[in-house]
Design a protein around this ligand. Structure first.
Ligand code: ADP
Ligand code: MG
Length: 267
């Protein structure tokens, strides 16, 4: 297998969710989150909240702590202090695979798909309860599962690519495939780290439309640099700087915020 094995974790099981917890409007609530790497605070007393069906974009200069924030939400990095609540569940005490199971899907910056397998096979592997490679490739192609894959392939604009090997896809198509594989797990919150980096202008546009479609049914947090892209898709923008929230509001509001202008001109 030429690709890095993607870590899609195991699917979320509905019965593992605590149904007694209130379903608030805020799906994600980060409070006073801090992580210190040998005394350096990459994320420093950061608080933010994301609503259901919201498409939030996080921007900020290199080193602002954007990736580290996503790492702490998905359990890859343990915070030094602070809290991350998702649907009322404290995530900072859960392991990565448990966080996947409660409904948080994370996509890392570089695409990681099974390059030697076809697009269809990649989708099959990502099906909940089909995550063993052997099982996935030998299970019978049940019509209901095939219908789900067809629908997802259409959603991520890969309907006519199902028979192709993933390694032959364009960079943008690989990113879409990985987003589709993530969505097969039916997460309620999707975290994407710079999904349009390296994409053509046309692919960026299509990705923007894709993210808008996704956020109609779930919450999406996207890290992005391209301000034109951000303006097109963001419901709300959070600007990070030196591990803290520098500004928050609509794309137009943060772009005219003197503190934001200062930081970007300073770089
Ligand atoms: P961004 O994604 O906004 O560009 P990162 O979250 O990747 O920024 O990094 C924030 C800061 O934390 C950077 O200065 C980076 O070097 C540092 N950092 C990130 N991860 C670690 C780590 N595991 N150990 C030490 N420093 C780290
Ligand atoms: Mg980053």
């Amino acid at each position: 297998m030429s690709a890095v094995m993607p870590n899609h974790g195991s699917p979320r099981a509905a019965d593992e969710r605590d149904e007694t917890l209130p379903r608030t409007e805020q799906i994600l609530c980060v409070e006073h989150l801090t992580v210190s790497f040998d005394g350096f605070k990459a994320v420093d007393d950061l608080s933010l909240a994301v609503d259901r069906n919201e498409l939030r974009v996080i921007i900020g200069p290199n080193g602002a702590g954007k990736t580290t924030l996503l790492d702490m939400i998905c359990g890859k990095t343990r915070p030094t202090s602070g809290s991350v609540r998702f649907n009322g569940t404290e995530l900072t005490r859960l392991a990565e695979h448990e966080i996947v199971r409660v409904g948080v899907g994370r996509k890392f910056q570089t695409p990681s798909v099974y390059e030697d397998l076809t697009v269809l096979e990649n989708f099959e592997i990502s099906l909940p309860k089909m995550h063993g490679l052997f099982q996935s490739l030998t299970f019978r192609r049940r019509p209901d599962l095939m219908a789900r894959i067809d629908a997802m392939a259409a959603q991520v604009m890969l309907s006519d690519q199902l028979a192709r090997r993933a390694g032959q896809l364009s960079h943008g198509q690989k990113q879409w495939l990985e987003i589709g594989m993530l969505l097969m797990q039916e997460p309620e919150l999707v975290l994407l780290d710079e999904p349009v980096a390296g994409m053509s202008p046309r692919e960026r546009e299509q990705t923007g439309e894709l993210l808008q479609r996704i956020s109609a049914g779930k919450s999406v947090v996207v890290i992005e640099h391209d301000m034109d892209f951000v303006k097109r898709i963001a419901h709300k923008v959070t600007v990070l700087h030196q591990g803290r929230v520098l500004s928050e509001g609509t794309a137009a509001q943060v772009q005219t915020d003197p503190r934001v202008i200062d930081v970007y001109l300073g770089h």
